[in-house]
Design a protein around this ligand. Structure first.
Ligand code: ZN
Ligand code: ZN
Length: 112
């Protein structure tokens, strides 16, 4: 629940888009298509702005599997949370064709 009094969109995920996975182990998170961006995103199952390192690694792995299956072009992880900064979520965006394929490790390095 958010503290603003408004229900948090990411706590109350609407099943209006395709859901790839809903995991409860080792912790709750969901992978689904973002309804505004139409790309897969992972949403932490708790109302927190930051996952710990283990949670992040598990979610990154799971999102990478979905993104790779969906797009052969490769994708990169975008964890700029513009709309809902207080609830952790992460988009896997398709790489533009003009970009050389980025390694997934990039997004880890960029997290500092
Ligand atoms: Zn939330
Ligand atoms: Zn989005």
């Amino acid at each position: 629940m958010s503290t603003s009094g408004k229900p948090c969109e990411l706590c109350e995920l609407a099943a209006t888009t395709h859901w790839y996975a809903q995991r409860v182990e080792p912790f709750p998170f969901t992978i689904l298509d973002c309804d505004s961006c139409d790309v897969p995103m992972v949403v932490l199952g708790a109302h927190r702005a930051r996952p710990d390192a283990d949670e992040r690694a598990v979610m990154q792995q799971a999102l990478a599997e979905v993104a790779d299956a969906r797009s052969a072009a490769g994708s990169f992880f975008d964890d700029h949370m513009r709309k809902i900064p207080e609830h952790y979520h992460w988009h896997a965006r398709t790489l533009p064709a003009w970009l050389p394929r980025l390694r997934r490790e990039r997004s880890k390095e960029d997290d500092r």
